[in-house]
Design a protein around this ligand. Structure first.
Ligand code: HEC
Length: 153
């Protein structure tokens, strides 16, 4: 009885070590983005958790404002509801997770995620505008797809 119990404990310890290893590995790859200099000097957090609450109606208005850099709005490039992109290589935004949208816009703003077209769009957005835009596009119908079923054939 005692031996079985000890065996269990050993197994638990091994499992805990394995989990710790996985967590450490993930943390390692995240570190650069979270602590980038551009981000710190901008006073930004790269966690969407620090943002104010978003408003869908305000986000809808903001999505139609022409950006200074290209003279185009979010909708001009990503299409109505974020679901009709100007070019097939532009991502659909409708129904995407609010947190993902907000976090991604913060990364473009700080330069941690860089793209010739998109970074310019996000550079001057305030925390409130990011929260509103994320709320708006997340509220739109989703046309996003995952790989479910693709490997069943
Ligand atoms: C000039 C065209 C253009 C405009 C204007 C534009 N985008 Fe984009 N957007 C793109 C392109 C191209 C990408 C893909 C960039 C990449 O590969 O990183 C993108 C990517 C994104 C992503 C990442 C999506 C994902 O699945 O990872 C988000 C979020 C986004 N845009 C939101 C916005 C918002 C909000 C606005 C308005 C403030 C906006 N975009 C304005 C072209 C544009």
């Amino acid at each position: 009885m005692t031996r079985t119990f000890a065996g269990h404990r050993a197994a638990h310890a091994a499992l805990a070590l394995a989990i710790a290893g996985v967590v450490a590995a993930c943390g390692g790859t995240d570190t650069a983005a979270i602590h980038s200099g551009a981000d710190r000097s901008g006073g930004n957090t790269t966690s969407s958790a620090g943002l104010p609450g978003g408003h869908i109606a305000a986000g809808e208005k903001q999505s139609q404002v022409k950006g200074a850099a290209t003279g185009q709005s979010c909708i001009d490039c990503h299409g109505a509801d974020g679901n009709a992109p100007l070019d097939p290589s532009y991502p659909k935004l409708g129904g995407q997770y609010h947190d993902y949208l907000a976090h991604t816009l913060q990364l473009y703003r700080s330069g941690d995620r860089d793209h010739a077209l998109m970074s310019n769009q996000a550079r001057d957005l305030t925390d409130q505008q990011i929260a509103d835009l994320a709320a708006y596009f997340a509220s739109r119908p989703s046309q996003l797809r995952n790989l479910r079923g693709v490997h069943d054939r």
